[in-house]
Design a protein around this ligand. Structure first.
Ligand code: SF4
Length: 424
């Protein structure tokens, strides 16, 4: 175990100069289950939404008491995130020591399935329980769920960014994995969002869907670029036991179009094609899976990679205080029942040791293309890192410029090898 700069073996108590807090709200409901999905989401009757939303609002309003009851403690003994109920930043009553919520993110699942009144209720609960100065409020949405009125109501509730699960512009690929939307839904939804006043749209694409070819991938990228989203995320298909398609691939079966999934080499090639196409279209590659037009990097997601604090509400939501990480139970029914009984079902509550914090600094820091300041990390954690990077630099996997180490851009598709090597 490496001691941190203060000689303590406990988690490194970071000092956050901006005093800003992100809030994540989980909506674990979907209309159907995509074959590649390894998230804890369920297909439930709409009647289950309202009690869930009530529970989330209650968790937000009573977060201090519920978290203390679940064993979450802040190292100094003082809760850093709360504010006097209902007091907003700018009211002149906020202490300099308090955190202000500047980002909120509705993820899932498919949070765009929730009634707009429910989304507003949750945002109002946040405004009533924390100091807020929202810069970015994101809603994950599936294209087929967008309607004109809904989009206008989202904007009036305070949502200013929509993250679309586009995945592909090929109907054959979308149908093969059980997506609910088709290519034309994307073309229908984007103008509705623009007309409602959403100036920040993000598209997700997945490299490695069944039936995907180099040509269909290039076409999806071309169509995406022509629609001009401000932000793009490109993910590689995850093959693990958590999804039906993943399981089928691991056992070598052919169900769920598993036989039509591109090889790992092809997927790596698709990623490199995306790098070139997005760069040429003016997007800046700022994180392994993320590109943005200048100024449109995801403020909320940057907090995860920069190890800044965030609180998660809802079933399966994760939180990080700087010294502890914890997560709520995944099962939505169990979550609602516990909140109704005045108890928060927290699982995986763990203190972030200095060793773990350092690993996170390296792993999360290197995901960002700006790289990490090795000198700063060495000073903060009292460790020498130069030798660890030497073999990686010799192999051309990382580049060093003064104190900054970053992944080599042409090696990003094999970044996992770097992380495995680094964590040895
Ligand atoms: S819409 Fe997203 S969260 Fe829902 S099943 Fe599909 S991949 Fe999973």
């Amino acid at each position: 175990m490496w001691p941190n700069a203060r000689g303590s073996k406990r988690g490194c108590a970071r000092v956050f100069p901006m005093k800003q807090l992100g809030i994540y709200v989980q909506a674990p409901f979907c209309q159907t289950k995509c074959t590649y999905c390894n998230f804890h989401t369920g297909v439930v009757a709409k009647e289950r939404f309202a009690p869930y939303v009530e529970a989330v609002c209650r968790e937000i309003r009573r977060h201090q008491e519920l978290l203390r009851g679940a064993g979450v403690m802040y190292e100094s003994g003082e809760w850093p995130f709360g504010c006097a109920q209902g007091k907003r930043v700018g009211s002149g009553e906020r202490s300099e020591d308090r955190f202000a919520v500047d980002t909120a993110y509705f993820g899932g699942g498919t949070p765009s399935l929730l009634e707009t009144g429910d989304l507003r209720k949750i945002l109002d609960a946040i405004r009533g329980s924390f100091a807020t100065e929202f810069a970015e409020v994101t809603l994950e949405a599936d294209p087929e769920t967008v309607e004109e009125e809904k989009a206008a109501a989202w904007v009036s509730a305070g949502i200013n960014r929509v993250s679309f699960g586009v995945q592909s512009f090929s109907d054959k690929e979308l149908a093969a994995v059980g997506r609910m939307h088709r290519r034309e839904d994307i073309y229908r939804a984007v103008p509705m969002l623009r007309a409602a006043g959403i100036r920040n749209i993000s598209f997700d694409l997945i490299a490695g869907l069944p039936h995907q070819t180099k040509e269909s991938w290039e076409r999806s990228l071309e169509e995406l670029i022509a629609l001009g989203p401000e932000h793009v995320s490109v993910y590689l298909l995850e093959v693990d036991e958590g999804s039906r398609l993943g399981k089928e691939l691991l056992r070598g079966g052919g169900r769920y179009s598993a036989g039509a999934v591109p090889s790992e080499d092809e997927m790596a090639g698709f990623y490199e094609i995306a790098q070139g196409a997005l760069r040429a279209a003016g997007y800046r590659h700022y994180e392994i899976s993320n590109w943005a037009k200048p100024g449109f990097e995801s403020k909320h997601n940057l907090k995860y990679w920069r190890r800044e604090p965030y609180l998660g509400f809802g079933a399966g939501a994760h939180s990080f205080s700087g010294t502890q990480r914890w997560a709520n139970v995944h099962d939505a029914a169990e979550y609602v029942k516990s909140i109704e009984n005045g108890r928060l079902p927290v699982e995986q509550l763990e203190e972030v040791t200095a060793e773990r914090a350092l690993e996170e600094e390296l792993f999360l820091g290197l995901r960002q293309l700006a790289g990490i300041d090795v000198g700063k990390i060495e000073r903060e954690y009292g460790v020498a890192l130069a030798r660890r990077f030497e073999p990686l630099a010799s192999a051309g996997l990382v580049e060093r410029e003064g104190n900054v180490v970053r992944l080599a851009e042409e090696k990003l598709s094999v970044s996992n090898e770097v992380f495995v090597e680094l964590m040895r």
